[in-house]
Design a protein around this ligand. Structure first.
Ligand SMILES: [Zn+2]
Length: 94
């Protein structure tokens, strides 16, 4: 038991240490390259991997757009009342 849990915290180089996420359909405002914009894990900064453009605030994607469709009245569905017919297996007509 002489070997402690060895961790490489002081690695000389960290390849792709920052977890990044691509933004689908995002266009770089500088080089106009599509699908080259990545966002860091915090989502507070974006970066273009093509030209090196970086911005502090990423643009609001389609998933961040507030919608006004959440009206409670819109969720009410008028359901037509129908008389339920029960099939009688003992029906002599069958
Ligand atoms: Zn770019």
């Amino acid at each position: 038991m002489s070997d402690n849990n060895h961790t490489n915290d002081n690695a000389p180089f960290q390849p792709a240490a920052k977890p990044r996420r691509f933004i689908a359909g995002a266009v770089c405002p500088r080089c106009a390259a599509m699908d080259r914009i990545v966002v860091n894990a915090d989502g507070e900064s974006r970066e273009c991997i093509d030209c090196g453009f970086s911005d502090a605030r990423p643009t609001a994607g389609p998933e961040a757009v507030p919608t006004r469709v959440t009206r409670p009245a819109a969720r009410r569905v008028e359901t037509a009342a129908e008389p339920v017919r029960l099939l009688d297996p003992n029906n002599p007509k069958g």
